[in-house]
Design a protein around this ligand. Structure first.
Ligand code: GLN
Length: 542
């Protein structure tokens, strides 16, 4: 029978519930247990696909094409396991389903209410992730205890203990224990209040995970234990660590996995986190350092590029290098100066025309100066536009996303997309196969000729321009053969210049860095060596 661990958060948001849940998942998986995860989000958007990255951070895309909360990215990276549509559920989906059922007459004339109809729907989404192939499902409840929005979710998880039995459900509450500088004290009151709120609605937490800046001394543990009615060994310290990937190791030292399994009455042996620890060790002790520019629109909010940042870090791990990311505002007046001290340039995905011309200038700089370039989705489309304008001399080249009337639509909607687009638009979402050209940079990086990558875009490289562009030296080295869509472009005359129509960042894992990011960082390190040899290297003529 599947057992369920529910992770709630109190006091403030951004406490790292996602990292806590993922780290616990990693610990349990490393003991040979079959683990899965679910994120419950209390907002009414049916999925975060329509939400601004400014408000909500990146939209994470799964293999099966679901647009999900960015925490699913953490789940995949920590667990090294693919998530799917069923692993993220929003209040919007719950209400949408319940209202559709009501319209179809499925409630047989009953009054439809939060309890039991909404809560039943929530519970069915939870148990749907469990099943005979899962030992433990970790469910993260979004939002903070005390929010009006989270109440139906908390009520549903309260009922779960009655439904599936005491030994099969565990509640973990993540709180903040702040340090007050003026009195030089750590305070437990916010934790007490937050646990009080949970108890009001009938949930007694079994384990309290305390986020702190400083060590949680015995005395404080005893106090939290007394006021919150949990044994003192179930008060777990989660002190700030330099890298999120250190958290599973810290929880292992705190014995969180033992505690969870004891309470759930599961027997399993610790097998240790050797591979994970070795990876963390490489993050802690880099031998080299490299700076890459991330040229995007939402540079003020780093969460908007969460997976890209993580994938760059993974590329660094593979090269024993620390990767410093310079978040570059492409609207800055002196881009050349901003780029002078970077060894690689990355243009990530994006929507909307703000900053597009700046991105194109940055790409031109990378092409002309021989700086390693990695373009992701919009970053690939802009590379094609730049090349068409400045090398093929098609001065008006553009994407019809930004200029519907351009005379050279090098990036455009495909015919079938155009008809769908009129009805509200649809995206190419989720995983598609991509065939690589033997001998290309892409094929040598991946070390194979058929790969699968995740997509999230509407526009495509316009095949009408294929000949013109290829004849001037930009090669299409990856293709979705079924529809003849260009998936990868590269410049064989450049040390490292590659643009991909997909989002490789979603598939990178700390223990299995993605081939493109690994290659990109390697090329950046080589560029750095060349820079040091010849600091004033003249631009490479391309
Ligand atoms: N806006 C572009 C498109 O829809 C690129 C999308 C992206 O970068 N994810 O095709």
């Amino acid at each position: 029978m599947t057992k369920y661990v529910f992770v709630t958060g109190g006091v403030v948001s951004s406490l790292g519930k996602g990292i806590t849940a993922s780290s616990l998942a990693r610990l349990l998986k490393s003991r040979g247990l079959r683990v899965d995860m679910l994120k419950l989000d209390p907002y009414f958007n049916v999925d975060p696909g329509t939400m601004s990255p400014y408000q909500h951070g990146e939209v994470f895309v799964t293999e099966d094409g679901a647009e999900t909360d960015l925490d699913l990215g953490h789940y995949e990276r920590f667990l090294d396991q693919d998530m799917a549509r069923k692993n993220n559920c929003t209040a919007g989906q719950i209400y949408d389903n319940v209202i559709s059922k009501e319209r179809r007459g499925e409630f047989l004339g009953k009054t439809v209410q939060v309890i039991p109809h909404i809560t039943n729907e929530i519970k069915s989404r939870i148990t749907n992730v469990g099943g005979p192939t899962k030992d433990i499902v970790i469910v993260e409840v979004g939002g903070t205890v005390g929010d009006i929005e989270s109440l139906p979710f908390l009520e549903a998880i309260r009922q779960m203990r009655l439904d599936v039995g005491r030994d099969n459900v565990l509640y973990i509450h993540v709180t903040l224990v702040p340090y007050i500088r003026s009195s030089e004290e750590m305070k437990t009151k916010p934790t007490q209040h937050s646990v009080g709120k949970l108890r009001e609605i009938g949930i007694e937490p079994d384990i309290i995970v305390c986020r702190t800046e400083r060590p949680l001394e015995e005395e404080l543990r005893a106090k939290i234990s007394l006021f919150c009615s949990v044994p003192s060994e179930a008060v777990v310290e989660a002190r700030d660590v330099p890298s999120i990937y250190e958290v599973p190791l810290a929880f292992e030292r705190e014995g969180l996995d033992e505690l969870v399994l004891m309470q759930l009455r599961v027997r399993s042996h610790r097998q240790g986190l050797q591979e994970w620890a070795a990876m963390v060790d490489r993050i802690r002790n880099p031998k080299k350092k490299v700076t890459v520019a991330l040229a995007g629109k939402y540079v003020e909010l780093k969460d908007a590029y969460k997976s890209v940042g993580e994938a760059l870090l993974h590329g660094g791990i593979a090269n024993d290098s620390r990767v410093h990311i310079k978040y570059l505002d492409v609207e800055s007046p002196d881009l050349e100066r901003e780029l002078a001290d970077v060894q690689g340039i990355l243009v990530p995905g994006g929507f909307g025309d703000r900053g597009v011309e700046g991105k194109i200038s940055v790409i031109q700089y990378a092409r002309v100066h021989g700086v390693p370039y990695l373009g992701l989705c919009l970053g690939m489309q802009c590379a094609v536009i730049e090349f068409a304008r400045n090398v093929c001399n098609l001065k008006s080249a553009h994407s019809t996303e930004f200029n519907a009337k351009t005379t050279h639509p090098v990036i455009d909607l495909m015919q079938e997309q155009k008809s769908i687009h009129k009805k509200g638009g649809t995206m190419r979402l989720g995983v598609y196969p991509c065939k690589l050209k033997p001998g290309s940079l892409a094929a040598s990086l991946y070390g194979k000729t058929l790969v699968e990558e995740r997509h999230r875009h509407r526009y495509e490289f316009n095949p009408k321009y294929r000949r013109a562009i290829e004849s001037r030296g930009m090669k299409i080295s990856g293709e979705y053969t079924e529809r003849h869509l260009a998936e990868i472009v590269e410049l064989p005359s450049h040390p490292f210049f590659i643009g991909v129509q997909f989002h490789p960042e979603f598939k990178s894992r700390p223990t299995r860095p993605h081939a493109l990011f690994k290659g990109f960082i390697e090329a950046a390190l080589e560029f750095k060596l060349a820079q040091n040899r010849e600091p004033s290297a003249a631009p490479v003529a391309l």
